[in-house]
Design a protein around this ligand. Structure first.
Ligand SMILES: [Zn+2]
Length: 229
């Protein structure tokens, strides 16, 4: 029995160099869009070109530059949305501040599934593991599919997401980067949420070169981020 083959497409969309990903199952042609934003027409056209059906939407977190295409994509696909349990409240809380219309959260409530750490999501026959990695936001999460790690704004190539925003927590970010992600295999391929510093890397390279993965304590990390605790 061979494992189902994974199809992966990386799209750089919008003015903030966001990466949107399409992850599909070759056997069943089911697919997920990760962080749908900026240009839903291109996301839909890419899925069509790859002969994939977007049954799932995975959210690494709820900042507007990662979800501003969510409502439109939901209306086009009726997909199931997987969001961390801790991010749902944050999304409602932040909506007025970021002027994000989220009436669709109630209108589309039946489409949303709250997930927690280590949950498994099936995209066709492809298992995707949820890694809750708080710090950038309370419900930030990474997705592990095969050897591919989709890290949102937790881990960038030689950088990390901001920890000075409402809902950010530098101590949790330290743990996520220096304990949780550092414990994963070196041969994982890192796919970040923005194209700062390139399109992909390996986790082994990041353990060696990423300055934010070199801290022994949360306290040191916070000081280096300019935020004494
Ligand atoms: Zn963000």
């Amino acid at each position: 029995m061979s494992a189902a083959r994974l199809i992966l497409e990386q799209l750089e969309l919008g003015p903030m160099m966001n990466f949107v990903y399409i992850v599909g199952c070759e056997q069943t042609r089911q697919a997920a869009a990760i962080d749908p934003a900026w240009d839903v027409k291109t996301i839909l056209a890419t899925a069509r070109r790859l002969d994939l059906h977007l049954h799932h939407i995975l959210l690494t977190h709820a900042h507007p530059d990662h979800i501003n295409g969510l409502e439109e994509l939901l209306d086009a696909t009726d997909a199931t949305v997987y969001v961390n349990a801790e991010e749902l409240d944050y999304m409602r809380e932040m909506a007025p501040r970021y002027q994000v219309p989220i009436g669709f959260l109630d209108r589309r409530a039946q489409n949303f599934r709250a997930v927690v750490d280590n949950d498994e999501i099936l995209i066709g026959e492809i298992p995707v593991r949820v890694l809750h990695t708080p710090g950038h936001t309370p419900g930030s999460q990474c997705f592990l599919a095969g050897k591919n790690l989709f890290a949102g704004d937790t881990l960038f190539i030689d950088a990390c997401g901001r920890v000075d925003l409402p809902g950010s927590d530098p101590a949790k970010m330290w743990w996520s980067l220096n304990r949780r992600l550092r414990a994963l295999d070196d041969d994982l391929v890192l796919y970040p949420g923005h194209s700062y510093g390139g399109r992909s890397s390996t986790l082994g390279d990041q353990k060696r070169t990423n300055p934010y993965m070199q801290f022994e304590s949360a306290d040191q990390f916070a000081r280096a981020m300019g935020m004494g605790m």
